[in-house]
Design a protein around this ligand. Structure first.
Ligand code: ATP
Ligand code: MG
Length: 257
């Protein structure tokens, strides 16, 4: 175990297909304890698929995946997951507290009555993201930034060692994003957790992470954030998508004002 000390995620030569089409190929990806990394790439580049492979909910065709030295299916309880935002929308009313409790049991848990200790744990986690005061409100009535914080609480409530966040900044203003990044820093500092953040905007994410992976079917770059920002590197990885990548988030913010 000591030889593996610090190694939280390890992917080697991974190949993934959907319906016969290769969506990830030759993927080598490592993450150390306490590291915060970003996976950046264009739509359809395979970012969400990569998270699903780490979670063990998408099978690989070739290669190996280890999470904390184990197959992903055996490391489920060590992982917290914030899905891409559309997955979150729910047609039935659930409270903020319910959403956090789901992080303990999965969806079926909604129909089982949580114990007092579990509710206290969920309230405590909501407090850590400054959302305890909204615990009994319907989740759908919250603003985007508030929903994002609750999503983080849901991902954190089981005290994971690895946090996987799929586009956590979608639809969220710059101020909320900054407080969110401070929150990640806090959890890294206090609990030493490792974080993978999926984003489509390398410019927004580069200042807050240790390393950046540029993903578009292959990993075209994995290293210092500054290296990922080099125009030649972006063009190699994304070609015509470069302008979209760098400006998309800012334009989104502009139009929300
Ligand atoms: N359940 C699925 N069935 C079939 N194809 C899929 C499925 N999920 C993803 N794909 C395909 O796999 C490729 C990678 O998708 P993925 O969702 O990983 O991209 P992404 O980088 O997360 O994109 P986005 O930025 O739009 O979220 C795409 O071509 C997509 O159409
Ligand atoms: Mg995605």
């Amino acid at each position: 175990m000591n030889g593996e000390a610090g190694r939280v995620v390890e992917l080697r030569d991974v190949l993934v297909r959907y319906d016969g089409n290769v969506v990830l190929e030759d993927i080598d990806f490592d993450l150390s304890a306490g590291e915060i990394v970003a996976v950046v790439g264009p739509n359809g580049g395979g970012k969400s698929t990569l998270l699903k492979v780490i979670l063990g909910i998408k099978n690989i065709e070739k290669g190996t995946v280890r999470v904390l030295g184990k197959p992903p299916s055996e490391a489920r309880n060590d992982m917290g997951f914030l899905p891409q935002i559309s997955t979150y929308k729910r047609s039935f009313p659930v409270t903020v507290l319910d959403v956090v409790l789901m992080g303990m049991y999965g969806r079926l848990g909604l129909f089982r009555r949580p114990k007092r200790r579990e509710r206290e744990k969920a309230m405590d986690t909501l407090g850590q993201v400054d959302m305890a005061q909204l615990a009994s409100r319907p989740f759908k009535d919250l603003s985007g930034g508030q929903q994002q914080r609750v999503g983080i609480a849901r991902a954190l409530v089981s005290e994971p060692r690895l946090l996987l966040l799929d586009e956590p900044s979608t639809g969220v203003d710059v101020v909320a994003q900054e407080s969110f990044y401070r929150l990640l820093e806090k959890f890294r500092g206090e609990k030493g957790i490792s974080v993978v953040i999926v984003s489509h905007d390398v410019g927004m994410i580069a200042p807050v992470v240790d390393r950046v992976a540029l993903l578009n079917r292959n990993i075209h770059y994995y290293g210092e954030p500054t290296g990922a920002l080099a125009p030649a590197m972006l063009e190699k990885a994304f070609g015509a998508h470069v302008r979209l990548l760098v400006h998309d988030e800012h334009c989104l913010t502009c139009s929300r004002r």
